[in-house]
Design a protein around this ligand. Structure first.
Ligand code: GAL
Ligand code: ZN
Length: 665
């Protein structure tokens, strides 16, 4: 397990660099990530570069044995560039041109900005592209953070080009978007604007295409940097980008494609506090974890998402070390937190964890944000954890080398996410929230689960959960049916196949393209107000048979089994869950929005059909991750927790982990 740290030599006097480098080494750190916001110091005025400070910083770090991840600094364009080309500044959804004074203040379609991007990337690559201790490059920093899409005139024109390329003719676009509605018919490309500042809500097909266009824009902007790097750097250096995994504005499968590896920035307490409301059901009682550990389900969900982007080990390019500054409570963090987070990341497939940041900053926005060292240079709590982890390095290596395998795949698709989140129909509907119920169901049963794309190779899996394949198309239906025919189990969930890829409703009986493979028709669907539930009868969900929030009424074709049905009007006697045999496998239509209990029962049922071993005795707060023959058990609560695995009683101490069937910790 490689451990690293984000370091900002430009924030400290040079005299301190050697001591910092030494303290890093003493804590077991071997990788240092630098320079992602230092454009103004590398190029203080146009075309005049100053590498002396960066050369020296690298030299000092390397002298202590560190390896360097160098970042392109394009997330922070310098003031001189903005002053001479203010049109680089992005325009937000409200049509306002934003100002200089923070970061990420650029439009990725702006040709002047792209020209300057290429120059600084080329200059850096030429200087450090063959440096033996520079092991890799991070491009930019957290694309789409703060301002996911720009709405300037340049972007509007690029959008028109993108549409021309996609649709070819006006007629095709008008047809695809259904522009007869509200007289939105276009007779020339120049009439099309980005879908912001409309009087009432814009056409959803128009919106979805703008989301796609802008996701492609980020990928294209990244590709420009990749090609400038690739032609100049040596083979031993990788190229990555650090995503915010919880952010949903970029199709990360596309973004990851041309990178050598993918990394994400993990801030467990922040994501639990700021993102939890989007992932848990409104009013849902959340498990009681230690207050300073975040929520391991949320952290784990994003580890799995990131791992699935390339189907490969990933990096944590920034990891929380102590309190953060952008959440609500910004809680203090106690000893043991960093260790537990690091182990969870490792168990979930991270091959390096780079901590954010070395020393807490005395100036700028993040003065209240912890690092491994406090403002006066002394050690902070996280540093203590690192020292305590030194003796575990060997064990970490061992566990990291064990295979990480999942039998269950959870299908993620950003087009579906954008379409659903733009038109949730019922308040509270959110794509990731729905998927998160199934993710938690798997975790609760101790089952590893991979979050994968529609394009991924699914051969390794036995069960494929497609909770919301909203935009149906025949190739996907075919791929799902092949997976089932070969012996797999496929679940399609509510609202699947409702629309076509251009975000208009299918003209076929529901679930549209999937109707033939599931062997049932969705006759009606109801969004249910709070307090209303439809009772179910079911052999497999016997103990938890009420549907809330969203219910679909299914009519099975002959030969399709009914696993759950409604007992009362308005859907009395119609099916809620169906099962159809397809070749050697089975395909299910799951017509309800499940509670965690219902989802767990269903996933448990599928797993037992495939004879996949379950840990059905995991108390809330205990997370299990299987690596090879070992099972790692993490206790994220403040009290000791007990479980039973293969006949063995196991107790895991508070805020601690235990490895079963491997070396004991
Ligand atoms: C990240 C960002 C870092 C730093 C950090 C603070 O999103 O990439 O530069 O701002 O948040 O938590
Ligand atoms: Zn723009």
């Amino acid at each position: 397990m490689n451990l690293g740290v984000c370091y900002y030599p430009e924030h400290w006097p040079r005299e301190r660099w050697p001591l910092d480098a030494q303290h890093m080494r003493e804590a077991g750190i071997s990788i240092v990530r630098i320079a992602e916001f230092a454009w103004a110091l590398m190029e203080p005025s146009q075309g005049k570069y100053d590498w002396t400070w960066l050369d020296e910083a690298i030299q000092v770090l390397v002298a202590e044995g560190h390896e360097i991840v160098l970042c392109t600094p394009t997330a922070a364009p310098p003031a001189w560039l903005i002053q001479s080309h203010p049109d680089i500044l992005p325009v937000d959804e409200d049509g306002r041109r934003l100002r200089f004074g923070s970061r990420r203040h650029y439009c990725p379609n702006n040709p002047t900005f792209i020209k300057h991007t290429e120059k600084i990337v080329q200059a850096m690559a030429e200087r450090y592209g063959n440096h033996p201790s520079v092991i890799g490059w991070q491009i930019d920093n957290e694309f789409a953070c703060y301002i996911p899409r720009c709405y300037c005139d340049i972007c509007a024109e690029k959008f028109r080009e993108w549409l021309k390329e996609k649709y070819g003719t006006m007629e095709t676009l008008n047809e695809a978007w259904g522009t007869n509605f509200w007289s939105q018919n276009y007779s020339g490309w120049a009439q099309i604007e980005p879908p912001n500042l409309t009087v009432a809500e814009p056409n959803p097909s128009h919106v979805l295409d703008y989301y796609r266009f802008f996701s492609d824009t980020w990928v294209a902007y990244q590709d420009i940097q990749i090609s400038n790097l690739q032609s100049r750097i040596s083979k031993h250096q990788f190229i990555t980008h650090n995503i915010i995994a919880s952010l949903t504005d970029i199709d990360y499968y596309d973004l990851a494609k041309n990178l050598d590896l993918i990394s994400w920035d993990s801030y467990p307490t922040g994501y639990a506090e700021m993102g939890g409301d989007d992932l848990y059901f409104p009013g849902e009682i959340r498990p009681e974890y230690s207050y300073d550990l975040g929520d391991p389900m949320i952290t784990g969900f994003f580890h799995s998402l990131t791992r699935g982007l390339k189907g490969a080990p990933f990096w944590i390019m920034e990891h929380q070390t102590g309190m953060i500054n952008w959440s609500r409570t910004n809680t203090g963090v106690r000893p043991g937190a960093l260790r537990l987070w690091t182990w969870q990341a490792l168990a979930s497939g991270a091959e390096a964890v780079v901590y954010f940041r070395w020393g807490a900053s005395r100036f700028g926005l993040e003065q209240h944000h912890s690092g491994l060292r406090v403002h006066d240079g002394g050690p902070d709590v996280g540093y203590g954890d690192l020292l305590s982890m030194k003796s575990e390095q060997e064990l970490m290596e061992k566990i990291g080398a064990e295979p990480l395998k999942a039998s269950i795949a959870l299908l993620v698709n950003y087009d579906d996410l954008w379409a659903i989140n733009h038109q949730p129909h019922r308040e509270g509907f959110n794509y990731f929230r729905y998927l998160f119920v199934f993710y938690r169901a798997c975790q609760r049963l101790g089952l590893n689960v991979d979050l994968v794309s529609q394009e991924a190779n699914w051969n390794e899996y036995k069960i494929l959960l497609a909770p919301m394949a909203h935009l149906g198309f025949s190739q996907l239906a075919h791929k799902l049916s092949v997976f089932a025919s070969q012996g797999g189990s496929v679940m399609l969930g509510i609202r699947s196949g409702f629309k076509t890829p251009s975000n208009v409703v299918t003209d076929q009986p529901l679930p549209g393209e999937f109707k033939d493979i599931v062997g049932a028709e969705v006759a009606q669907w109801h969004a249910l107000p709070s307090g209303v539930s439809y009772p179910l009868q079911s052999e497999i969900l016997s103990s938890c048979g009420e549907v809330t929030f969203w219910a679909e009424s299914l009519i099975p074709e002959p030969g399709t089994n009914v696993l759950a049905s409604y007992t009362n009007e308005p859907f009395a006697n119609n099916a809620a869950i169906t099962q159809k045999k397809l070749g050697k496998g089975l395909i299910y239509y799951f017509g309800i929005y499940p509670s965690l209990d219902q989802a767990s029962t269903f996933v448990g049922y599928l797993a037992s059909q495939h004879e996949i071993g379950l840990l059905d005795d995991l108390p809330p707060g205990l997370i299990a991750i299987a690596r090879g023959d070992a099972t790692l058990l993490f206790n994220f609560t403040d009290k000791a927790l007990n479980t039973r695995i293969q006949g063995h009683d196991i107790q895991v101490a508070p805020r601690d982990l235990k490895i079963f069937n491997g070396a004991a910790l």
